[in-house]
Ligand binder design. Sequence first.
Ligand SMILES: NC(=O)C1=CN([C@@H]2O[C@H](COP(=O)(O)OP(=O)(O)OC[C@H]3O[C@@H](n4cnc5c(N)ncnc54)[C@H](O)[C@@H]3O)[C@@H](O)[C@H]2O)C=CC1
Ligand SMILES: C[C@H](CCCC(C)(C)O)[C@H]1CC[C@H]2[C@@H]3[C@H](O)CC4=CC(=O)CC[C@]4(C)[C@H]3CC[C@]12C
Length: 380
Amino acid sequence: MAQSTQAPTLVYLVTGGCGFLGEHIVRMLLEQEPRLRELRVFDLHLGSWLEELKTGPVQVTAIQGDVTEAHEVAAAVAGSHVVIHTAGLVDVFGKASPKTIHKVNVQGTQNVIEACIRTGTQFLVYTSSMEVVGPNVKGHPFYRGNEDTPYEAVHQHPYPCSKALAEQLVLEANGRKVNGGLPLVTCALRPTGIYGEGHQIMRDFYNQGLRFGGRLFRAVPASVEHGRVYVGNVAWMHVLVARELEQRAPLMGGQVYFCYDKSPYKSYEDFNMEFLGPCGLRLIGTHPLLPYWLLVLLATLNALLQWLLRPLVLYTPLLNPYTLAMANTTFTVSTNKAQRHFGYKPIFSWEESKARTIHWVQALDQGPGTGGHCGPYSRS
Ligand SMILES: NC(=O)C1=CN([C@@H]2O[C@H](COP(=O)(O)OP(=O)(O)OC[C@H]3O[C@@H](n4cnc5c(N)ncnc54)[C@H](O)[C@@H]3O)[C@@H](O)[C@H]2O)C=CC1
Ligand SMILES: C[C@H](CCCC(C)(C)O)[C@H]1CC[C@H]2[C@@H]3[C@H](O)CC4=CC(=O)CC[C@]4(C)[C@H]3CC[C@]12C
């Protein structure tokens, strides 16, 4: 992929390109990758917002498909230079079965790898997660850790288990020969909790607050810090990795990178209030209103109810033993590995990230629009 002023030649494939992060990656690629000729957007559910992108200079090809179907993946991958594999089943609330989560996240990733090998696609960027590291089931804090910080990564929940297995597959595939004899170059990006335009859980908290007369009730001590990163910066990091992977293959191949930016370290709830506060919501209490043991009891009750009601209805509250443990365990990242390896610097400051997210929350009141979740990235 030599730099040139000639006509654009590159073909990129983004799996999960219609999801929360995927949409931002798609838009970021169109704005920041001048060598792009064709952008293939592969997803189980295609968004109507893709239509508006089809009028630009880059050929945008929407492909409705399932990553668990090897032949659909192979057809989409064939002829592409770079694959950004973001599709995944993000479920910590018990909406999908552990088997389905494994199938989509692990088998789906295996299908993407095999498709690259068979069709001769040499560059694969995988969206992993901080969850492959932790928080672990023992609730050990991970405080300002980096990619080399020792930590006992022990998972039980199907989602982190599946992401850890999938990441391992991707990293082990680095160096395998693709069709034509060249080596596959892979790397994995590990975002912490992503926020920004289109973030479903933020929307859930906002709606919950509105239902309770503009109030949210503190459940997590303010002292527990949770790593968060703005979706635009995560997208930018994907674009940059995809761009640099060929030139810096010996350094970047087989590597993992946390996704980070200048978002402040705060508790999950206090961080959300940075956006929900300016939209009229208040967080009640300087300390958790309920004692921890009671929250554990309620979370356990919710899990029991979910299990009992499963034959009749899907009961998926925000509070369950896993989400409670996640929210109550410090997990923050402090690293410059991405900057050292491929020159990453956040493209959005904290102030911009905050303003864009607040703007999006405010617009939720006006009801769903016809476009996508996020606006264009063109900046003044
Ligand atoms: N949301 C977060 O805070 C974080 C997310 N991640 C990872 O980022 C990636 C994207 O996550 P989000 O955008 O938050 O989730 P999302 O649910 O908004 O997007 C995932 C996309 O994958 C698609 N998809 C699901 N199953 C598929 C299948 N079988 N075949 C094809 N497409 C399928 C969905 O339709 C969706 O558009 C995931 O891999 C997730 O594990 C990592 C760290 C944090
Ligand atoms: C839903 C949790 C907060 C509610 C806590 C309650 C009910 C006590 O008020 C969220 C706390 C931490 C979140 C997770 C974290 O940001 C890391 C993640 C990484 C991913 O790859 C996917 C999403 C998530 C698991 C994220 C999910 C919501 C939380 C558990």
